[in-house]
Design a binder for this molecule. Structure first.
Ligand SMILES: [Zn+2]
Length: 223
């Protein structure tokens, strides 16, 4: 059973209490596929037995105007001490993020692009497992490339340091393993949504790989 929680100017859906998994969509307003994929994955997300926070659209005013930044997620990112940030801290105290999937899109990729990840955290196996399963599901993975921020993409993953993102914030504040999933805007919206849905479909595998004692028996507990 989901409950709605106001989160700055947007809202979150939550269920359960304790260590759990977070899914975040459309932090950047011009990246709609994450929001769409979360809505289309409602049944799947409801079927996951562990505590969850789902923020379908982190940037409501941004998506309304198709602009990257908005009132909830300004240019300064999460450094701004607003209601959104305070809301995240409150949610984290209730449902501590162990694994976070943050859904993004990239509009500055090479020709014939593929999906790729940013990873904030210590568990490198987690990110490579994510890429391995996507590859198994025949989703094109971006080859070696330097992103627009000059980061090196190796085996589908950019290893992240400190920045002003919600991802770094959740990693440093709560010690969460954060995977940021990027789809190329060159693809059709439908193809991007399908890839994002695949990433959401990986949550159960990733959560149990990360922390078997917490997440492996979730079906036995709640089924
Ligand atoms: Zn983005």
């Amino acid at each position: 059973m989901w409950n709605f929680v106001p989160l700055g100017r947007t809202s979150a859906l939550i269920k359960g209490k304790g260590p759990g998994v977070w899914v975040i969509g459309t932090v950047h307003g011009e990246e709609p596929a994450g929001f769409c994929a979360i809505m289309e994955s409602a049944a799947l997300l409801s079927g996951l037995g562990f505590p969850m926070v789902v923020i379908p659209c982190a940037n409501l005013s941004g998506i309304a105007s198709a602009k990257r930044y908005g009132a909830e997620y300004p240019v300064a990112g999460i450094r701004e001490d607003g209601a959104f940030r305070r809301g995240l801290i409150g949610l984290g105290q209730l449902i501590r993020p162990r694994l976070v999937l943050d859904l993004h899109e990239d509009d500055e990729m090479p020709e014939e692009p593929g999906v790729y990840l940013y990873h904030h955290g210590k568990n490198d196996r987690l990110a490579s497992k994510f890429v391995d399963v996507l590859r198994l599901w025949q989703i094109p993975i971006q080859g070696p490339w330097a992103t627009r921020f000059g980061e090196n993409l190796i085996d589908g993953v950019v290893k992240c340091g400190a920045d002003a993102s919600i991802d770094d914030f959740l990693n440093t504040r709560f010690d969460a393993e954060v995977v940021v999933f990027e789809t190329p805007i060159r693809w059709s919206l439908r193809a991007r949504i399908e890839a994002q849905r695949a990433a959401i479909g990986l949550l159960r595998i990733l959560a149990s790989a990360l922390e078997p004692e917490l997440f492996e028996n979730e079906e036995a507990l709640h089924g």
